[in-house]
Design a protein around this ligand. Structure first.
Ligand code: SER
Length: 317
């Protein structure tokens, strides 16, 4: 096996996934990249290069020079940030993916992982247990770019045989790194506020259900999908995967079990409309049937894990 290239390694998912890949396949097998040079400080255990995925020539140089055989392309502008600068989000989310797919085709990369999102669904999609093939009318530029990206991935698979694998992540909740620019980010911020003894103002209404997932489950899903034999993969766009589904008031109740004096109030902003257009919960029966996907964490086990582990990564008063 050649090397594993992670693009956007400094982000919320990349920070954790890169470490697990290095633990599993060896530090010398993993190359972390990020457009921010400062992200390099997270990757003392493996090689790090500064890379803007929009620069295809630089991506090619790394792939050729390092003998890359797998690419995890994680760099993207998320839903809420994308609404503030739609054209930039489209350029990065689409242009970056197309550069990766082209390089994968030209250099015969064995496997590519590219995350899609629950944001591919929209106001007319079924709300409860949204099926794999539900009608999709995304109304954020992030969702539009993810849905288009799914079809590009399928196109490269069918036309050029590029083995691209993908899951539609729900909101990801971890403790090692902060998310940035997402509509589901409140479910990470809440733990930071509870542990620093501050009041939390939630930007969504109390009964807004969204599909979410603990980071360990998300990483397991990713590695499992990447290991499965190619013939088992029936979905060439992106698999629905489900973990948890909860509302702000439910995660608040879960945090209160550890911090009984913690206060939360609600002030919804433009992200409420984004959340309202997304599913409440996801049907992941196809991922279960094709590659035995099964999440391990529920809301309370996730809360306990985060509260136990967060202080090792962030300082609280
Ligand atoms: N967590 C993402 C967001 O909120 C959804 O994929 O944008």
């Amino acid at each position: 096996m050649g090397k594993i290239l992670v693009i956007g390694a400094g982000g919320q998912l990349g920070t954790e996934l890169t470490k697990v890949l290095a633990d599993q396949y060896g530090n010398e097998s993993v190359i972390a990249t990020d457009f921010q040079e400062s992200a390099g400080s997270k990757f003392s255990y493996c090689a790090f290069h500064t890379l803007n995925v929009m620069n295809k020539a630089e991506l090619e140089i790394i792939v050729k020079k390092e003998g890359v055989s797998q690419i995890y392309h994680l760099a993207a502008i998320l839903s809420a940030a994308g609404e503030k600068n739609p054209l930039q989000a489209w350029d990065l989310n689409m242009g970056g993916l197309l550069n990766v797919l082209e390089v994968a085709r030209a250099y015969k990369i064995e496997k590519v992982f590219w995350p899609s999102s629950i944001a591919v669904f929209g106001p007319s999609s079924e709300k409860e247990r949204t099926p794999q093939n539900a009608f999709k009318d995304p109304n954020t530029i992030y969702g539009i770019s993810k849905l288009s990206g799914e079809h590009w991935c399928e196109y490269y698979f069918n036309k050029y045989g590029v083995d691209v694998r993908s899951v539609r992540y729900p909101g990801l909740i971890g403790y090692k790194s902060l998310p940035g620019g997402g509509t589901t980010d409140y479910a990470v911020d809440i733990y930071h506020k509870a542990m620093s003894g501050e009041k939390f103002t939630c930007f969504l209404n109390e009964h807004t259900y969204l599909p979410m997932m603990y980071m360990d489950d998300a990483i397991n899903a990713t590695l499992q999908l990447m290991e499965v034999p190619k013939e088992k993969i029936t979905i060439k766009t992106s698999y629905n995967i489900a973990g948890l589904s909860f509302s702000p008031t439910e995660i608040y109740q879960s945090v209160l079990k550890h911090y009984p004096n913690f206060k939360m109030e609600y002030h919804s902003d433009f992200r409420q409309a984004i959340a309202d257009s997304w599913p409440n919960s996801i049907d992941d029966s196809v991922a279960k049937a094709d590659w035995n996907w099964k999440p391990k964490f529920d809301l309370d086990t996730m809360t306990s894990a985060i509260i136990t582990n967060l202080p090792a990564y962030f300082k609280f008063k």
